[in-house]
Design a protein. Structure first.
Length: 380
């Protein structure tokens, strides 16, 4: 019964994307200079931001590539994908082949050209999905391969593993950029199967298993010492349920791509993360390793990652209770976070009060990805 209910919700997801989200952000989410806007106001009006992050240019390129793959208005969606690829392969590219953090929204010149693996990972991800949507007529894969060469040449940590989060390397390491780099590798493998992207993905999975989850309880940590040793204080004590959920989905994607069973750690992370949901099924931002709330605030992205994890586990077990949990996560998104006009309330505090002051464009990646996964899983 719950799978039938989830299938109905998948159709609702498609309708919201096609009739609200994609039209809103294609009409109001493009700045006068041609770059994707950073934000809309809470009443869905354009906001004139002075700078824009590379990750927003990448994430919005992904959103419209996904729109094209789903079949939404190819003339509009593909034009926006072409535009995004030109930015990510041209304006955003430094002389050394890397990408930095922020551009001036008017002049397109760099404001902060610090190489950042988080932004670089999303650039790779966008180029990979764009190449699928465009049949690579834009040269997106060649651009991605050049960026990977620069990443390996300048930012790979050949002593401790992984990649420098930025240049110069910071004193504190983070799992988050590596998580999104794995996501990019999986997308690149689909778009460029001859590119040996699974080798890099497997290296990141090994780092996850050996270092990121080496702390108490075998949970995913967030921050580490330069050699990936466990940090001190909150860096070791606090974990994020949303990222536990996100890794579950990534582990399932890697298992599917390599035709291997999903590793047992996925079940452990799922059991822990679901145990931290609030009584109504919402994912909160931070908990301690024993599951106690540390920051009970809630963001849209945490709910989308819960939905994706439920879908990944449902694919393994066909458990009706997991299908019901996926329905619950979807309903939370539709009832509390997403607007009928195609936008979102990005953040609530622990008491359920809205703390968002605008609609960040960057949230759209999370929603479009989760809903696309739901549509795919339910064949809607």
């Amino acid at each position: 019964m719950s799978k039938a209910a989830l299938r109905r919700r998948a159709k609702e997801a498609r309708h919201w994307l096609f009739e609200a989200c994609f039209p809103l952000w294609s009409e109001r989410g493009i700045g006068e200079s041609g770059l994707f806007r950073e934000t809309l106001s809470l009443d869905h009006a354009p906001v004139q931001d002075e700078i824009t992050r590379i990750r927003v240019q990448a994430r919005q390129t992904y959103v419209f590539a996904q729109a094209a793959l789903l079949g939404w208005k190819p003339d509009i969606s593909l034009d926006l994908v072409h535009h995004g690829v030109r930015t990510l392969s041209g304006t955003a590219r430094r002389e050394d082949g890397l990408v930095g953090r922020t551009l001036n929204a008017d002049s397109h010149e760099y404001v902060d050209d610090t190489p950042d693996t988080y932004d670089l990972a999303f650039t790779l991800y966008a180029l990979a999905v764009a190449s699928e949507a465009l049949d690579d007529g834009s040269g997106a894969i060649a651009s991605a391969r050049a960026l990977l060469d620069a990443l390996d040449g300048r930012m790979k940590d050949r002593i401790n593993g992984g990649y420098a989060e930025s240049l110069p390397p910071p004193s504190q390491r983070s799992q988050n950029p590596h998580m999104h780099l794995l996501e990019a590798c999986m997308a690149l493998h689909r778009a460029d199967p001859e590119g040996d992207h699974l080798t890099r993905a497997s290296e990141l999975i090994s780092l996850f298993q050996a270092k990121f989850t080496a702390g108490p309880g075998g949970l995913l940590g967030e921050f580490f010492a330069p050699d990936w040793a466990e940090g001190a204080g909150d860096a070791a004590r606090i974990v994020e349920p949303g990222h536990q959920f996100e890794w579950i989905w990534l582990l399932s994607q890697h298992a599917r791509a390599t035709d291997q069973p999903i590793p047992p750690i996925a079940g452990r992370l799922y059991s822990f993360a679901t145990s931290t949901l609030d009584p109504d099924g919402r994912a909160i931002l931070e908990v301690t390793r024993d599951g106690a709330p540390h920051n009970a605030g809630r963001r849209t992205w945490s709910q989308t990652e819960a939905l994706k994890a439920h879908l990944a586990m449902l694919n393994l077990t066909d458990d009706d209770a997991i299908a019901a949990a996926a329905c619950q996560s979807f309903d939370i998104l539709m009832d509390e976070y997403l607007t009928p006009e195609g936008g979102w309330i990005d953040q609530y505090d622990g008491d359920g009060h809205i703390v968002s002051t605008n609609m960040p464009a960057s949230t759209g990646y999370h929603v479009a990805l989760a809903f696309s996964e739901l549509i795919r899983a339910m064949e809607a």
